[in-house]
Structures are given as structure tokens and as C-alpha cells.
Design a protein around this ligand. Structure first.
Ligand code: ADP
Length: 257
């Protein structure tokens, strides 16, 4: 363990992952005996090399996949939203129509649907684009619609699987900044999968670095940076120091596998 790393105390964990493994039918052991506590309201980043089992873990948290051993407790699947790398919008519906969809499925009244979806689109900076169709939106805007759709139901837990990885650097940084301020405003529990150390440092208050498959926890650390995060933070010595710690753990995790 690195001396400057802070281990998270186990207290009032909202989500409890206990000895969870997932072996696929082809014999691949994607996750091996993983235990983890996640407090309510935290912004947690999961970092690790490609193929180490991050998405598999996220899918199990969401109930989209089932562990072959172990248990996951404390997560109400009705209260989860999931955001993928691809925005997954319906092309024949405009931005508003895409964001009202989960409310329609939940039986919310039409006027409420429209009001809440409009508000959600305003929160992600798309007030002027609510009538536009996915084909008329940029990649960054489509991802904003996807985020609005995830947040419109006021979930307790927001799971994001490399949501901005396909965007160019400027757009990615803008969306990081927006997501961070949305989290500050809502304090929804966020679990964010990324392989970008810079992104994890910028966004999260706790970061877990995994080794190569099957993932072991190389570092579980508080990210002690100010709550309000802006572009300027990325150039600060404190930011570089946190990044360095995460990078060292990632390197160790790749070397020892
Ligand atoms: P990550 O998100 O960290 O890139 P994944 O969780 O997607 O990793 O995958 C972990 C490992 O499990 C990889 O080796 C991947 O090829 C394998 N895997 C993922 N899904 C399946 C599946 N449905 N069947 C077989 N192997 C899978």
C-alpha cells in the first residue's frame, strides 16, 4: 500500500459486494472473489486496464448480469440508471421524446413527463435543442441527452460505463465538468467506470484501481481535491499528485498479473 493512500473505512455502506465472482460459460473468470462497500452519495471511479472486469462488475451491480458466486446487497434495482459509452437514443424520437421515455414506462402523466424531461434537458445544457433529433445532434449532445434520460427518474444510483470515451478531449472534459456539478447538486451515488486516470481524478471522491483480469484491488483511495472542480484544477500540482498515485497503482496492477 502506498503511504499517502487513504483506505476507506467500512461504515454505513449502501451497497455491499461480498466475495463476488463471475465466470462466463467459456471459462473466462472476469471477476474473482471481490468484496467492496460503497457509501450512499459517493462519486466512485473504477479504473483498470481494458478487460479486467469493470463492465462485468457494473452489469452485476445493475442486475443485468448475475454473479456465479457471492452476493450484492443494498441496491434497489428500481432506483438505478445506467449510461453506456454509446448514447443509445431512439433515432425516430427527438431529444424530449427520448428523455420522456423512462417516465412513460413508469406511468407518469403526460404533462409531468414533459415538464420533468424539459428540466432534465435544461440541466445538461440542452434547453435549445429539445426538439432536435439524434441525427441532428453532435456526439457530445447525444451523450447529454443520454445523461438527461438517466437523471430524469431521480435515481438513487447512477452507473456509467466509460460514457465519454468516444468523445474528443475538449468535449470529454466539458462533460466531466458538467457531470461533476450535476453530482454536487443531486448527491446521487455515482459509480463511474473509466480507464482514464485524468478523468477519474477530476471526477471522483474515491477511486479504486484494479489489476488486470481477474481484477484485484491495487488501490482504494479518497481523492482529496476540492468539491468544486473546474478546468483549472487539471493544471494544479495537487491534481498531478493524485494522478501520479493512481498511475503507479495501475502500473503495479499490470506488472503483477
Ligand atoms: P472491462 O470492462 O474491464 O474492459 P469486461 O468486464 O468487459 O472488462 O470483460 C472482462 C473479461 O470478460 C474480458 O476478458 C472479456 O472478454 C470477458 N467477457 C465479458 N463478457 C463476456 C461474455 N458474455 N462471455 C464471455 N466472456 C466475456
Amino acid at each position: 500500500m502506498i503511504p499517502s493512500a487513504t483506505t476507506i473505512p467500512v461504515q454505513q455502506a449502501a451497497i455491499r459486494v461480498r466475495d463476488v465472482s463471475r465466470r462466463f460459460e467459456n471459462g473466462v473468470l472476469a471477476v474473482r472473489s471481490l468484496s467492496l462497500d460503497i457509501d450512499a452519495g459517493v462519486f466512485l471511479a473504477l479504473i483498470g486496464p481494458s478487460g479486467c472486469g469493470k463492465s462485468t462488475l457494473l452489469r452485476m451491480l445493475a442486475g443485468l448480469d448475475v454473479p456465479t458466486a457471492g452476493t450484492i446487497e443494498g441496491i434497489n434495482r428500481e432506483q438505478i440508471s445506467y449510461v453506456f459509452q454509446d448514447a443509445h437514443l431512439l433515432p425516430w424520437r427527438n431529444a424530449l421524446g427520448n428523455v420522456t421515455l423512462p417516465l412513460e414506462l413508469a406511468g407518469v402523466t403526460r404533462s409531468q413527463q414533459k415538464e420533468r424531461a424539459t428540466q432534465a434537458l435544461e440541466r445538461v445544457g440542452l434547453a435549445d435543442a429539445i426538439r432536435r433529433y439524434p441525427a441532428e445532434l453532435s456526439g457530445g449532445m447525444r451523450m447529454r441527452v443520454s445523461l438527461a434520460r438517466a437523471l430524469v427518474t431521480d435515481p438513487q444510483v447512477l452507473l456509467l460505463d466509460e460514457p465519454f470515451a468516444a468523445l474528443d478531449e475538449i468535449n470529454r472534459q466539458r462533460l466531466d465538468e458538467m457531470l461533476r456539478s450535476l453530482w454536487l447538486a443531486t448527491k446521487v451515488t455515482v459509480i463511474f467506470v473509466t480507464h482514464s486516470i485524468a478523468e477519474a481524478t477530476f471526477l471522483a471522491d474515491r477511486a479504486i484501481v484494479f489489476s488486470s483480469r481477474p481484477a484485484r484491488i491495487m488501490l482504494d483511495s479518497v481523492i482529496d481535491l476540492p468539491p468544486e472542480r473546474t478546468m483549472r484544477l487539471r493544471a494544479s500540482p495537487e491534481f498531478a499528485q493524485v494522478q501520479g498515485r493512481l498511475f503507479e497503482a495501475l502500473q503495479r496492477g499490470e506488472a503483477t498479473s
